[in-house]
Design a protein around this ligand. Structure first.
Ligand code: UD1
Ligand code: CA
Length: 456
């Protein structure tokens, strides 16, 4: 295999999104559409990926720079067509040996196998290859005009097509592969004498044929090349991603009773043998190990859940939550940047932020790690097998020794020694008969139609 390169077109205005955010920075499965294209190029083994951006899109240029390096971001000065856009990448790629693939940044769900098929046609002798699909509604798509020998003759844009050509259902996805040198050489010959007055990348096919070179169309499914132009199409792409991701998880051995209610991210990792109950949302960067159960209505992001752990229902795991083997995180418990040791339990109504909980520790209902003073954050360390009574505030920085006990309702501001009991609350007082006497005196006042001083 020769070297591979990618050009990602991201210079479109995306005005149909009707959003102040650039189209290609909208997310599918928790990753920007631009990010999907860059990831595909990487999965295809491209040595260098160039992103072509518009002149008035600093946010797209910045995002592209973070993904591929600023030197690989090229600006297309005027949006005069896809051929002109690819031409903008010449400065970054011209002169390199190998093959290049053109991708659109608004087409996020192309499987790596589809890209491989386009490159494969080049190895089989085609000089240029596009990915084509049978469109349910061909509409505005460019039509692939095939030769009798099964090779590709030309691509005709809908605006320039004859009535007969418009009846063709085999359409251009926009993905095109060719040797770098040929691509840039042919680009120089593209003219804009067409219905839209644009420089069409699709003209490269006829130009190659005119030189006696062969062109090919590799097939893919329509759902693989769904382009996003509107919020409705973005939602449709998200639905397609979710459907595919759930199917993959089930196939790999994850148990989901209602997969259609589970929301996954592009990088969600659920081990075979993990169970996910209905209505669970996985934000970015979550790994769950075998035997763990994520119960209904939980929300996780940036978290690791160990073997046989139990999370939820209604749990919230945030970035840096590291839930150990067989640990339990119960309802209305929020965990952020805390390592929870093996078999530790926090079953009800708690905020555990910044710290560590040792193996076997028990965190009572209503425990709060007071981690923030309005300026800085501090750690709370709870030792192994410690027992933190309900409704305790642990004011960080503080450490609770292994095996210690904390009385319920305590506000703990000082370190607790291992094996000790700590109480940080007012002592209980009692007055015998007080309540009975009070009732008698107050009902007498009421019966007499008067009130104590100050009553309203
Ligand atoms: C293009 C193809 C068409 C194909 C369709 C698939 C051409 C001439 N036509 O049509 O055959 O069926 O995609 O969706 O290529 N872009 C730039 N700079 C430009 C123009 C476009 O970066 O000057 C980018 C856009 O942001 C977009 C992509 O190129 O990501 C495609 O451009 P668009 O104008 O949407 O092409 P279509 O008319 O849809
Ligand atoms: Ca388009």
């Amino acid at each position: 295999m020769g070297d591979r390169y990618a050009i990602i077109l991201a210079a479109g205005k995306g005005s149909r999104m009707k959003s102040p955010r650039a189209k290609v920075l909208h997310e599918v499965g928790g990753r920007t559409m631009l990010g999907w294209s860059v990831a595909l190029a990487a999965d295809l083994g491209c040595k260098k990926t160039v992103v072509v951006v518009g002149p008035d899109a600093p946010d797209v240029a910045a995002a592209a720079g973070r993904l591929v390096g600023a030197a690989n971001v090229c600006v297309q000065l005027a949006q005069s067509g896809t051929a002109n856009a690819v031409g903008a990448a010449a400065a970054a790629l011209g002169g390199l040996k190998g093959d290049v693939i053109v991708l659109y940044a608004d087409t996020p769900l192309i499987p790596v196998e589809a890209g491989e098929r386009a490159f494969a046609e080049l190895s089989r002798g085609a000089s240029i290859c596009v990915l084509g699909f049978e469109a349910a509604a061909p509409g505005r798509y460019g039509r692939l005009v095939m030769a009798v020998d099964g090779s590709l003759d030309a691509i005709v844009e809908a605006n320039d097509a004859s009535a007969e050509q418009l009846r063709i259902g085999f359409c251009n996805s926009g993905v095109m592969a060719a040797p770098v040198a040929l691509m840039f050489e042919l680009l120089g010959e593209v003219r804009n004498d067409n219905a839209k007055g644009e420089y069409y990348l699709t003209d490269l096919v006829a130009l190659a044929r005119g030189r006696g070179l062969s062109a090919a169309a590799a097939r893919c499914e329509e759902r693989d090349v769904l382009g996003v132009n509107s919020q409705g199409e973005l939602a449709a792409a998200e639905a397609a991603f979710q459907e595919a991701a759930r199917t993959r998880m089930l196939r790999e051995g994850v148990t989901m009773t209602a997969p259609e209610t589970v929301w996954l991210s592009h990088d969600t990792r659920l081990a075979p043998g993990a169970t996910v109950e209905p209505h669970v949302v996985f934000g970015a960067d979550v790994h769950v190990e075998a035997g763990a159960v994520i119960r209904a209505f939980s929300h996780l992001e940036g978290a690791r859940v160990g073997q046989d752990a139990l999370v939820g229902p209604y749990a919230r795991l945030r970035t840096g939550a590291r839930i150990g083997r067989q640990a339990h995180i119960g309802n209305f418990v929020e965990v952020k940047n805390v390592k929870v040791g093996e078999g530790a339990k926090a079953n009800h109504l708690s905020y555990l932020g910044d710290g560590e909980i040792g193996a076997g520790a028990n965190i009572g209902a209503g425990t709060i790690f007071c981690n923030y003073d309005g300026f800085f954050k501090y750690l709370t360390l709870v030792g192994e097998n410690a027992f933190v009574g309900s409704n305790t505030s642990l004011v960080a920085p503080v450490s609770v020794g292994a095996g210690s006990y904390i009385g319920s309702g305590s506000v703990i501001t000082e370190d607790v020694a291992p094996g000790a009991l700590a109480l940080g609350r007012g002592r209980q007082a009692g007055k015998e008969g007080w309540a009975t006497d009070f009732r008698v005196s107050q009902s007498a006042l009421k019966a007499a139609g008067s009130k104590p001083e100050g009553a309203v």
